[in-house]
Design a protein around this ligand. Sequence first.
Ligand SMILES: [Zn+2]
Ligand SMILES: [Zn+2]
Length: 371
Amino acid sequence: MQKRDYYEILGLRKDASEQEIKSAYRKLAIQHHPDKNAGDKEAEEKFKEGAEAYSVLSNPDQRARYDRFGHAGVSSSAGGFQGFDPDIFSDFSDILGDFFGFGDIIGGSRRQSKQPRRGADLRYDLEIGFTEAVAGVKTKIKIPRQETCTSCQGTGADPKEGLSTCTACQGQGSVRYQQGFFTIRRTCSTCQGTGQLIRKACPQCRGQGQVRKEKVLEIKIPAGVDQGSRLRIMGEGEAGPKGGPSGDLYVVLSVEEHPFFQRQDNNIYCEIPISFSQAALGGETTVPTLEKPQKIKIPAGTQSDTVFRLKGRGIVSLNGYGKGDQLVRVKVATPKKLTKEQKELFKQLAAISGDAEESSSLFEKVKEILT
Ligand SMILES: [Zn+2]
Ligand SMILES: [Zn+2]
C-alpha cells in the first residue's frame, strides 16, 4: 500500500510550526481515538497513521530527514520509525493530558496513580492595627483545618489490623488492559491507586485518614505590610489525603485606619493646624511622626495647604530597601473666638493692611457680575 504523506495526514503545510503539528495531531487523535470509536477499524488505522506522522514530524531530526528523502529517510532501515515506538506515549500524555487517561499509558513517563495528592490551600483573613503594619508584629492565629490522622498516619486503616494488598491489582495501584491495538494502564478502581485495601477502618478518623483540628500558629508579619498584603505560609494548609503533602496557608491582611495618619504606598500623610501668626510670621511647630515627634520650621508667609516633606519618616519598604516619606499639610486655622484685646489687634491689623478696602472692592465686583 502506498504510504500517505505525513503532512497530508495531519492536514498541514510543509512549513508548519511545532505548535501547529502538535495541535493538528491532538485534534486527529481525539477524533479517531479507539475509546470513542470502539470496533471501528478505519478509525483505528487513522489513529495509527496520525501517531506515526506525528512521531516523525515532531522530531526535528526525523522531520529534516523526511523532508529530504521522504518515507525512505525515516523507514526502519534508516533507523527511523518502526511500528509503534513506545516513547511516543510520553508525548501523547503531554498532548492529550488526562483526556482519555493517557497519563497512564504503558511506556509513558508519567505514573501518577500512586503519588498522594496535595492538600488544599487555605485562606485566613486577619485584621491588624496601623502601627502593627508599619512596625511588623508577631501574632497567634487559630486555623481550623484537616490534619493527617496521627493514629493511622493518614491511611485510614486501623493501626492494629493494618492494610492488606489489593487483590484487584496485586498491589500495583493500576491495572492493564487491552484496548484496540495497545495496552492501557488505568488506576485501579478497587483501591483508588493505593495498592492497598483497608481491613478495618481506623477508629480515630473513621477511615478518613484525616481529622479536623484547630491549629494555633504563631506568625510573624513583616514591617511594611499594607491593606491586602498576602503572606504565604508553606505547608500550613490542609493535609493531603492518604498522607499526601499539605497545601499552603495564605494570610490576607486588612489594616485598620489611623486617626491621624493616612498611608499611600510607603508614604504617610497628615494634616496639622498652624495659627495665623505662625503662618504670617513664621516659626516652629511639632509634628507627630511614626516614631518620636519632630519639629518643623514654618517659613514666614506660609499659605494654608502648603505641604512639607519629612524625608525617610514614612514606612519601611516591604522588600527591606528604603523608606517612604511623611508629608505634612499645614492648615491655617482661623480663630473662632477672640478676646477683646485680640479683636482690637486684628482691627488694627486690618486697618494697616487695608483688608477692609480690599474686600469691599471685591464685594462690588461680585455684585456687578451677578446683576
Ligand atoms: Zn486514622
Ligand atoms: Zn488495586
